[in-house]
Design a protein around this ligand. Structure first.
Ligand SMILES: [Zn+2]
Ligand SMILES: [Zn+2]
Length: 237
């Protein structure tokens, strides 16, 4: 499996040379290319040429169809809620449900519920091949069923929106927003996940700088292999 970070930026105005495109991940095995999320500011689909696209939720940094009427025949996998929320509709769509596994090319995909937005309910994805599994949840406060989802995971890719600031909000007793980086590292420690990469960076991480952030995270968590991703980063996994 080869993974490429097509984009690593959250829904913020600021950007840098290394975090220009909205968060998006390309997972490749053999000739099959699976893209997770395709936001407003990313490489064109003609350039990426994915075989299928998974969508986590209907925020514009993840689902370009909320703002643009993109024409493509590439099959897009999303929940009915995400489809309904978007202003424009992809032509070739397939509805998926949390906790219902399915196959895409060589991969087994498990969508799962995460807490992130009230109006745009979000999924995370567990992508498995042979005995390896990666988790991708670029935006979240929490995973609904951590005991099940974080078991036997080789790589956790998580939400880099918040280092110190509290981005968890509450409305009508419901939570929305983003949890901190350290909280996610603590989950990984508990579930014995030793490889962790962050994406979806916000203002805080951008002003901090990648090297400084990575160094600080490694110092605090020497038992875990932590990386700060950047646009175009490729990992063999
Ligand atoms: Zn986002
Ligand atoms: Zn979001």
């Amino acid at each position: 499996m080869k993974i490429k970070f097509e984009g690593t930026r959250g829904e913020i105005e600021e950007y840098s040379r290394k975090h220009r495109h909205h968060s998006s991940l390309l997972v490749e095995e053999g000739k099959f290319k699976l893209l997770i999320d395709h936001g407003v500011k990313t490489c064109s689909l003609e350039r990426i040429k994915p075989d299928a696209i998974l969508i986590t939720h209907a925020h514009p940094d993840h689902f370009a169809w909320t703002k643009k009427n993109l024409q493509t025949n590439i099959p897009i996998y999303l929940t009915r809620q995400t489809f309904n929320y978007a202003r424009f509709k992809p032509q070739n769509y397939n509805f998926i449900k949390p906790n219902k596994k399915f196959k895409l090319g060589p991969f087994t995909i498990l969508p799962y519920k995460v807490i992130h937005s009230i109006r745009c309910p979000a999924l995370g994805f567990k992508v498995s091949l042979n005995r390896k599994s990666l988790i991708y949840n670029p935006d979240l406060i929490d995973i609904v069923n951590k005991n099940k989802i974080l078991k036997n995971v080789s790589l956790y890719i998580g939400d880099g929106s918040s280092i110190r600031s509290n981005l968890v909000r509450r409305k009508n007793n419901k939570l929305f927003g983003h949890t901190r980086i350290q909280t996610q590292i603590n989950w990984c420690r508990k579930y014995k996940i030793s490889n962790v990469i962050f994406t979806h960076f916000g203002k805080e991480a951008l002003s901090f700088g990648d090297k400084k952030l990575e160094k600080k995270l490694k110092q605090k968590n020497p038992d875990i292999n932590i990386k700060v991703s950047y646009d175009g980063m490729v990992i063999k996994f």
